[in-house]
Design a protein around this ligand. Structure first.
Ligand code: M6R
Length: 613
């Protein structure tokens, strides 16, 4: 995790770096720090807590300088406090570094540096790295770029780093392996950051730094890139497709609420150019280019984490129903280590909003090493996973800033549904008539979502009733079982209320023991798919005095009569219900968290992209 940013140019670095940290704060927010070079001075300021805590402290200090680096942290090594916050300096106080990632062999390196007389202030792996660069620089009498290169050759692990040097105010050296890094090229100035969000207001020319590449940003010179193996690379300048308004709250109190409300639009964006409603056809270039791989796949493995894993589970239901191809849905963190059986003719779908999740990236590498074909479904354009897959499809949900994933989830489900429909039609396992019916209905979903969002005030009202709860149970069957899992995850991550999702029929095998009049049970009970079965499950809960909150299809009378509260969703195809049912669950979690006074956009202990194991 962690967000890193750097600036070198003609302007004062401090305001640019602080604004950038605020944009990157979703990546980690337990401490923050900044290092500025002002002629011969190297000023480093750090604070435990948020970027606002750093600002309160730093604005009392000397914040001059046209070159600097800054960091917002999500702790891995050492508790979140001021000492462990970045930047870290070498013992000589000549070098300052910021780092996102983990240096796995830091203990061995530290031991050897201690033998060379180095002492350490913090518990971090990052301080080891800056001391190593200092040692290498001095013992080989080389410049900063060379020292970084030689030091990184000794490092095992993942990193995006930026280093500055006292007395050398014209250079920032940065490098990456496994953690993202992008450089913005302005007029006589450079920006570097973990993602493009802090850069977009200054320039739309960016260079995505590749794995094991070192970049030197020097005043008055062009960007220079070489690999840690010393191969010179030609920078590939790309145009940034991102607007400033996408990064602002636009009048909403939280990014999460804004992103929930954006879903009708993000779904349309996901389908734009892909779903042809006149001809009732789907076109996915990632599919067309590799059609045979999809049609001949004996098995599909979906790998992902968290919310993306839930989307993958919905994808499994759709692919198995329409394409009759067996699908396994794997947590990337398990898949990468449990010696899975992967065949060369397997098709692996990696799903990730950020495109940077370390476990999913490693799962991709593993599957690739076994010769499988990898298809990525990612949101962040140019991120690591799409760069490491054979083919893929962006979700085009736009930047998702709230830590709790909402619009990215529905966009992932949309892409998976389009893919399943297309494979099914091409394979002949789905009739053309059914295909066209579902394609046509998919086109109606954004409008149906819009009408659903009108119930926001009502959901906000009844959410207040449930802030007392310590536990929640979410139930669904078929396509709605993953929606139950996702609803429970949303609630627990932002409101800190314990919540569990179950397949509704699984209740009687244990969890039913938890039911009492205190227990809110959210049941997704649309008319499409196993309705009567779910009604029986609701009766079982009602008989034990559980409090029922149901998601029903408009016009329902049976489940509504059994429910303490209900939210109606428009009728739709069974496979498309998750796209609608997810929304009231997102809104309910949001409002409960708000009433409880929780930090909705930046829940405790979490960060938006998990770039460490
Ligand atoms: O960026 P990714 O989709 O790979 O992230 C996966 C999970 O870390 C993410 O979905 C996480 O569970 C969210 N906090 C859920 O809201």
């Amino acid at each position: 995790m962690c967000g890193i940013i750097g600036y070198i140019g003609k302007r004062q670095a401090y305001p640019i770096l602080i604004k950038g940290l605020q944009r990157l704060e979703y990546r980690g927010y337990d401490s923050a720090g900044i290092a500025l070079l002002d002629n011969d001075l190297l000023n480093v300021y750090k604070a435990k807590g948020k970027v606002s805590d750093l600002v309160r402290f730093a604005e009392q200090q000397d914040v001059n300088g046209t070159i600097g680096i800054a960091h917002t942290r999500w702790a891995t090594h050492g508790e979140p406090n001021q000492i462990n916050a970045h930047p870290h300096c070498s013992q000589s106080e000549e070098l300052a570094i910021i780092h996102n990632g983990i240096i796995e062999n830091y203990a061995v390196l530290k031991e050897s540096l201690i033998k060379h007389g180095y002492t350490f202030q913090s518990q971090t792996d990052t301080e080891v790295l800056v001391q190593l660069i200092d040692y290498v620089k001095k013992s080989n009498n080389v410049d900063l770029t060379k020292a970084v290169q030689l030091a990184l050759n000794q490092v095992v692990g993942a990193y995006a780093i930026a280093v500055i040097e006292k007395g050398n105010p014209d250079v920032i050296v940065a490098a990456r392996k496994g953690s993202p890094l992008v450089v913005g090229i302005g007029d006589g100035e450079f920006f570097l950051a973990s993602d493009a969000t802090p850069i977009v207001e200054y320039t739309n020319k960016v260079v995505y730094i590749g794995d094991e590449e070192i970049v030197t940003l020097k005043r008055g010179e062009d960007i220079k890139i070489k690999t840690i193996a010393d191969v010179v690379k030609t920078p590939e300048i790309q145009r940034l497709e991102l607007t400033l308004s996408q990064l602002e709250k636009g009048g909403y109190p939280h990014f999460m609420l804004k992103e929930i409300f954006e879903q009708p639009k993000t779904l349309s964006d996901s389908m734009r150019g892909r779903l042809n409603l006149e001809e009732k056809e789907i076109k996915l270039s990632g599919f067309i280019d590799n059609k045979e791989k999809f049609l001949n796949a004996k098995r599909i493995i979906i790998t992902a984490c968290g919310t993306s894993w839930h989307a993958g589970l919905i994808g499994k239901y759709a692919i198995e129903e329409f394409c009759r191809i067996p699908v396994e849905v794997e947590y990337s963190s398990e898949f990468r280590y449990r010696k899975p059986v992967i065949h060369g003719d397997d098709l692996v779908i990696a799903i990730s909003q950020s495109g940077e999740t370390a476990d999913t990236l490693a799962a991709v590498e593993l599957a690739k090493s076994h010769g499988a074909f990898i298809f990525g479904i990612c949101n962040v354009v140019g991120s690591s996973i799409p760069r490491n897959t054979n083919s893929g499809c962006y979700t085009h949900a736009g930047p998702e800033i709230g830590v709790a994933s909402t619009k990215a989830f529905t966009a992932q489900v949309t892409v998976l549904t389009m893919l399943a429909l297309l494979i099914g039609k091409e394979k002949g396992t789905l009739s053309v008539e059914r295909y066209k019916e579902i394609v046509s209905e998919l086109g109606n979903i954004p409008q149906k979502m819009r009408s659903l969002l009108d119930q926001n005030d009502m959901i906000a009202q009844f959410a207040k009733t449930f802030t007392y709860a310590q536990n929640f149970i979410y139930l669904g069957r078929g396509y709605n079982y993953p929606v139950a899992l996702e609803g429970a995850l949303k609630l627990k991550e932002i409101s800190y209320i314990h919540a569990e999702g179950y397949p509704a029929a699984e209740m009687k095998h244990g969890p039913i023991a938890l039911i009492s009049q205190e227990m809110p049970v959210v049941v997704i009970a649309p008319s499409a798919g196993m309705y009567e079965k779910v009604v029986s499950n609701i009766q079982e809960i009602k008989a034990r005095k559980g409090r029922i909150i149901s998601i029903v299809t408009e016009g329902d009378t049976v489940v509504t009569n059994l429910s303490d509260y209900y939210i109606s969703i428009p009728d739709t195809e069974e496979c498309l219900v998750p796209l609608l049912a997810a929304i009231p669950l997102q809104l309910m979690a949001y409002h409960i968290a708000v009433v409880k006074g929780c930090n909705v956009d930046q829940p405790r202990n979490l960060a938006k992209s998990v770039t460490v194991e």
